[in-house]
Design a protein around this ligand. Structure first.
Ligand SMILES: [Zn+2]
Length: 126
């Protein structure tokens, strides 16, 4: 079996530490905790910016969708829409899953056009 080493300073973890401890001392634990908090903050900020950008784009394109003009996946993609993030999902009567961001929901149609709805209009709201 290999000796456990501290994730912060790489020293061996004394056997007096808890069996699952990843740090050699409380001070290393505190350092790791601090680093993690900084990382968490950074990623939350990125996520928030992504949400804001997505919502802005949906707000911008919603009037087009409302007037039945088609919005292409590529257009939103080119503008930096982040398809990987959404706040929630809803299913409509046709079993399509709509992704929600802010007050908007979008759905990628099989022909790669995008439909956008405002929350208040979507069916099956709980
Ligand atoms: Zn250490």
């Amino acid at each position: 079996m290999t000796n456990r080493t501290c994730q912060v300073c790489a020293k061996a973890i004394p056997s007096s530490r808890r069996a699952h401890s990843r740090y050699c001392s409380n001070s290393c634990y505190m350092i790791a905790k601090k680093q993690r908090a900084v990382l968490d903050y950074g990623s939350k900020k990125d996520l928030l910016n992504g949400f804001k950008k997505n919502e802005r784009l949906l707000a911008q394109f919603y009037p087009l969708s409302e007037s039945k003009k088609s919005i292409s996946y590529d257009t939103l993609n080119a503008l930096g829409f982040d398809w990987g993030i959404s706040q929630n999902e809803k299913q409509d009567v046709n079993k399509n899953i709509w992704k929600g961001i802010g007050q908007y929901y979008y759905f990628i149609n099989p022909d790669k056009t995008i439909s956008i709805w405002k929350d208040s209009i979507l069916l099956q709201k709980k």
